[in-house]
Design a protein around this ligand. Structure first.
Ligand SMILES: Nc1ncnc2c1ncn2[C@@H]1O[C@H](COP(=O)(O)OP(=O)(O)O)[C@@H](O)[C@H]1O
Ligand SMILES: [Mg+2]
Length: 371
């Protein structure tokens, strides 16, 4: 059988560029070589696409972005059907069968790349434009989750222009509605960039000013003294059937919360506990929230759903949904599937197959209308 050519996109123009280099290294090392031929495509921090030689990056823990590797583009032109075109005219066009975006954060995971892949008419792994965009915006995601009957923490959503004009009124509103402590976070970011815990009124303005550097919309949420529970969700290959959910895992940060430092700078920043120590009823409730969150945001392919479990009341809250979760071999998403009986390599094969069958389903839709 002819091997499928999988373009693995990595790097990207976001604060999570470095995380992507590690996730993609792991994906490339685990993709089934009997079924797939790998085409590694690095997106540098300026947004330029480079075609890399797989033999130079195989076996690495973090992928390099070679600046002198040939530049390529994916034209937003369905006639080219998934051909990577070389810039500078030297190389030939390289046809690809499917794209696996292993990039995190804004301009990567938020529907923008997915939009380009739709225009180029090439199958791609993971959520489509709508779910990607919705899940990236923590506030819109919460609204959809709430609409599906899922519990969320109380929050206030602030716009930069409003906050600049009425800082004092905004602080009063936060105090009146939420009290302290609160979490302040940019609406559209990840990796805990700009996320701060504020314990008293005097620190709110500084935290907001910091968060507004990263986004024009900022959320202020009640801080829950919570255990952090995560769950992996996978689209059901039986189209239309309920998505598959993994066993839940738990993150135990060794910092005040699961900050950027705890995630990436401190090697012992957090422990991953798989499976999470929960009773049968809690597991059932966590999985139910995971399934409903995936469906409420109209996800496709995969998502990792993050929840908060209040230590005192034992209430569960939906916190956020990540459409391109971390994919290193020690990351929660693949680890939870391993613990649930799906190996890393099998998981990747399933994701590619899901991408191809979704593309086929969409292709069958009528695009022109004649009376
Ligand atoms: N409302 C909250 N209550 C308690 N902890 C929170 C709350 N919101 C965020 N946190 C802490 O901050 C971390 C990062 O926030 P999160 O909303 O998950 O953003 P990110 O997309 O950057 O991961 C969480 O993993 C958790 O440790
Ligand atoms: Mg998070």
């Amino acid at each position: 059988m002819k091997k499928l050519r999988v373009a693995v996109l990595y790097g990207g123009r976001s604060g999570e560029h470095e995380v992507s280099l590690q996730s993609a290294a792991s994906v490339i090392n685990h993709l089934d070589r009997d079924r797939f031929e790998i085409v590694p495509v690095a997106i540098d921090k300026q947004g330029r696409w480079h075609l890399n030689d797989v033999s130079l990056i195989q076996g690495k823990k973090s992928l390099p972005v070679f600046k002198d590797a040939p530049r390529i583009v994916l034209p937003p032109d369905s006639a080219a059907t998934g051909a990577l075109i070389s810039l500078g005219g030297s190389g030939e066009a390289k046809a690809i069968d499917v794209v696996f975006p292993v990039i995190h954060g804004p301009l990567c995971e938020d529907g923008t790349i997915q939009g380009l892949l739709e225009l180029a008419d090439v199958p791609y792994v993971g959520c489509g434009v709508l779910a990607s965009a919705v899940a990236m915006d923590k506030e819109v995601a919460k609204r959809l989750a709430r609409d599906a009957g899922l519990p969320i923490v109380s929050y206030v959503s602030l716009r930069q222009e409003h906050w600049r004009k009425e800082k004092r009124q905004v602080a009063e509103r936060v105090e009146k509605n939420l009290g302290y402590p609160v979490f302040v976070k940019p609406a559209n970011l990840g990796s805990s960039v700009g996320v701060q815990k504020v314990k008293e009124a005097g620190d709110l303005t500084t935290a907001l000013a910091n968060a507004f550097q990263y986004d024009v919309k900022v959320l202020v949420e009640v801080a829950v003294d919570a255990r952090e529970i995560e769950l992996s969700v996978l689209e059901n290959p039986d189209s239309g059937a309920d998505p598959l959910v993994s066993v839940p895992g738990e993150i135990e940060p060794n910092h005040e919360f699961y900050s950027y430092e705890a995630k990436y700078l401190d090697e012992k920043g957090a422990a991953l506990i798989i499976p999470a120590k929960l009773d049968a009823d809690q597991i059932r409730r966590v999985q139910d929230i995971g399934r409903k969150a995936f469906l409420s945001m109209e996800c496709e392919g995969m998502a990792r759903v993050d929840l908060l479990l209040d230590r005192t009341s034992e209430k569960l809250f939906f916190n956020e949904l990540n459409t391109i979760p971390g994919f290193t071999s020690i990351s929660m998403y693949p680890k939870l599937w391993e613990a649930s009986g799906i190996s890393y390599t099998e998981l990747l094969s399933r994701l590619v197959d899901l991408a191809i069958s979704r593309h086929k389903r969409k292709k069958a839709l009528v695009r022109e209308f004649h009376v």
